[in-house]
Design a protein around this ligand. Structure first.
Ligand code: PDD
Length: 282
């Protein structure tokens, strides 16, 4: 029977509830993380906690728990589920207060975590994506719970039969609505540098690490919309999707369109990534 964690207690999800004055509910005043669990092992735990702390610091909050305590909570949630592969969602809001924009009226954060099974990844055969103007704010490096722009972008993608929207700001690729982007073009693999317009994806960083270790031609630089549209391969990455090849962009085949499946560089990086994961989790 799978449990959730709320403010120090483990409960069934039906029994967990928060106050309607919680600032997460009223203002979207909080941050979150999504942490993958493979074969019951927490993948890239330190990196996720570091990013959580960066997000908290950016919104003037402290980490309410020690790293050890997070580890313990995650393991309790993992063990309460029968699934070997899970994703932990954790959310910290500034807590309950009268409705006031002033942050100093809130003194006790709300801490919530749950785990869901990761379904078998059916994206490895490739997805469709659209391009869209990046309509989000200037602090995309904060993993904020305020996700309305991303929700609208994913909705627009879905309306066009696609799974992801690749975002363009002033003519350059930032990231996906809920993923980072890699483009293979002119013999290079390129991903945008980590700026305030991009979430520092844990999967992105690992992919960069693995590409460099294997002497693949990776560079972190801006990608123009034209380069994206003419790319040989496009991949999007996230903790739950891993590395997903984009085979159609705006209803056009990516690359020459001659092969119907994912490209050779995706095959290579995905193999390395799965080997890395298996070595860690088995
Ligand atoms: N989102 N960029 C954005 C805007 C994201 O929302 C995500 C992940 C990523 C990839 O980050 P990571 O590799 O650390 O998962 C990039 C999660 C999965 C979500 O919101 O559910």
């Amino acid at each position: 029977m799978s449990l959730v964690y709320l403010n120090g207690e483990y409960k069934l999800i039906e029994e967990a509830s928060v106050n309607v004055l919680d600032r997460g509910f009223i203002f979207g005043d909080g941050v979150y993380e999504v942490i993958p669990i493979f074969n019951r092992k927490i993948f890239r735990f330190d990196d996720h906690i570091r990013r959580l702390e960066n997000s908290l610091e950016a919104i003037y909050m402290n980490n309410p728990l020690e790293k050890k305590e997070w580890h313990n909570i995650f393991n309790q949630l993992i063990n309460s589920s029968e699934h070997p592969n899970q994703s932990i969602y954790l959310q910290i809001t500034r807590g309950v207060s009268k409705r006031d924009h002033d942050v100093s009226v809130a003194d006790k954060p709300t801490v919530f975590a749950m785990s869901r099974p990761i379904e078998k990844n059916d994206f490895f055969s490739g997805i469709k994506a659209i391009t869209h103007e990046d309509i989000r704010w200037q602090y995309c490096d904060i993993k904020a719970i305020t996700l309305l722009p991303s929700i609208l972008l994913r909705y627009k993608a879905k309306q066009q039969g696609a799974r992801e929207a690749i975002l363009i700001r002033k003519g350059y690729v930032t990231e996906g609505a809920a993923s980072n982007v890699f483009v293979c073009a002119n013999g290079k693999i390129v991903t945008p540098p980590k700026t305030n317009h991009v979430l520092a994806g844990i999967t992105r960083d690992l992919v960069v690490e693995i590409l460099l270790e294997n002497n693949l031609p990776l560079s972190e630089e801006s990608i123009s919309e034209n380069t994206l549209l003419a790319a040989d391969e496009i991949w999007v990455t996230s903790s739950t999707w891993e590395i997903v090849p984009v085979l159609e962009l705006d209803d056009k085949s990516v690359g020459t369109g001659e092969s119907s499946g994912p490209g050779p560089l995706w095959q290579e990086i995905n193999r390395y990534y799965q080997e890395f994961k298996d070595a860690y989790c088995n």
